[in-house]
Design a protein around this ligand. Structure first.
Ligand code: ATP
Ligand code: MG
Length: 404
């Protein structure tokens, strides 16, 4: 604890930073699973019966068998097996008419399905169903820092572990779901991790999103809403990172995982190091007002992984002036909601496609372990669930002394 103590003076900064000595060894009470009830996974909309599609395709000269539909978040996939000798091109040609006859919103062929003698036919549903966080929770239990991405078109839940990512960029035009995504990321840790496992530094120059988390023990510092405080907080975090490195290397370890297992073997009575996630909701606002934020952000992005410090950077404007080469090179995980053009999509994902995404929550994700941009519908976390989580944790903050 010596090193943390030696920087304590610096943390006695006006905005108030947690006294690290107090964070440890508290018998945290985790939120009960029933906290999610009332937020139960929504069922998917009723889908077109396969027989109806089969009959209509036959009428248009495409005899076939249609398998059980696979419901995804915004579309349903049907496996169509031709029973006569017909060309796949015929299907492409007749589908718009079939759609018209059945009154369907978007119907398209996905081509031959790999490994099957069948063609995929996708039918979009009229409205986007809401994915609840409960539908994602079980897929994230093993993650050190759980990040729910969403439900894929094949109906499978997709999540990543930010501890492995190790930094994430979240881009998308206004109203496409970035803040909801970031709130669901925070909520997942409030649900599954205690403050000795994960803590946050929340930076929000728009001053709207993060104030609701004030006073919970998962905050390493108070919510930061001023540009100048943000620059200062980032430089404090740089020092925090360097001090962690000193502490880790002092005992001959090279990263947080090694260090914590060194402690677990009973080598020292120092407290375990937790994971710290620095979230900047609107990075463009910050970097446009004060260019000085780039330097600490880049340094943290380059080095912080081994110290257990992770970055989540949100931005409405995925332009190179904001998402600079240096930042991009060091932030391997990317989520893009809809963006205005394929150029923007390339800035975020290094490929086009995000310009064609649909309504709020529709996203493409790429990152370690996800090599090709993958589509998903992000969960919707309503303020009610966030309030229940905050109400659960806030009383436990009374043990702590952040405002010293
Ligand atoms: N995953 C989702 N599922 C359903 N609806 C969503 C989802 N995400 C966002 N929405 C809807 O879209 C609205 C806007 O989302 P959000 O505030 O996250 O946008 P944003 O990208 O942060 O916009 P801005 O850049 O203006 O801050 C939400 O209030 C909600 O109604
Ligand atoms: Mg927002």
């Amino acid at each position: 604890m010596g090193i943390l103590k030696s920087i304590q003076g610096m943390f006695d900064w006006a905005a108030g930073v947690r006294n690290f000595n107090d964070v440890r060894f508290i018998d945290w009470k985790m939120p009960p699973a029933k906290l999610l009830s009332g937020d139960s996974a929504s069922g998917f909309d009723a889908v077109l019966h396969p027989l109806a599609l089969e009959m209509e395709l036959e009428k248009f000269g495409f005899p076939c068998r249609v398998g059980e539909p696979q419901a995804g978040p915004s579309s349903t996939l049907y496996e169509v097996k031709p029973t006569g000798i017909t060309s796949i091109k015929v299907l492409d040609k007749i589908l718009p008419d079939v759609g018209l006859r059945l009154g369907l919103f978007g119907i398209q062929s996905k081509g031959a399905l790999p490994g099957k003698q069948a063609i995929g036919v996708e039918i979009e549903r009229g409205s986007t169903p809401t994915i609840q966080l409960a539908a994602m929770a079980s897929s994230m239990e093993d993650h050190a820092i759980p990040v729910p991405i969403g439900v894929q078109p094949n109906g499978k839940a997709l999540s990543i572990d930010l501890a492995k990512a190790p930094h994430l960029l979240v881009a998308g035009s206004t109203g496409t779901g970035k803040s909801v995504f970031i709130n669901s990321l925070i909520s997942s840790s409030l649900l599954l991790r205690d403050p000795d496992q994960v803590q946050f530094v929340l930076i929000d120059p728009k001053m709207v999103e993060f104030n609701r988390y004030a006073g919970i023990p998962h905050l390493l510092m108070n919510v930061i809403t001023e540009v100048d405080s943000a620059v200062y907080a980032l430089s404090v975090m740089e020092r925090f990172m360097d001090d962690r490195f000193k502490e880790i290397s002092k005992v001959g370890c090279s990263n947080i995982t090694e260090y914590n297992s060194y402690l677990a073997r009973g080598n020292s009575s120092e407290p375990f190091l937790n994971r710290v996630v620095i979230i900047i909701d609107e990075f463009a606002d910050l970097i446009m007002q004060n260019k000085n934020v780039e330097q600490p952000v880049v340094r943290i992005a380059q080095k912080a992984r081994a110290a257990g410090i992770h970055l989540v950077i949100g931005t409405q404007r995925p332009v190179v002036k904001v998402v600079t080469g240096l930042i991009k090179a060091n932030v391997p995980a990317r989520v893009s909601f809809r963006v205005p053009s394929s150029i923007d999509s390339r800035v975020v994902l290094d490929e086009k496609g995000a310009e064609h995404l649909g309504g709020p929550g529709d996203l493409l994700v790429k990152g370690p372990g996800i090599f090709k941009a993958t589509r998903a519908q992000a969960p919707y976390v309503d303020t009610d669930l966030v309030e229940r989580l905050v109400a659960h944790w806030r009383p436990q903050d009374a043990f702590l002394n952040r405002y010293n």
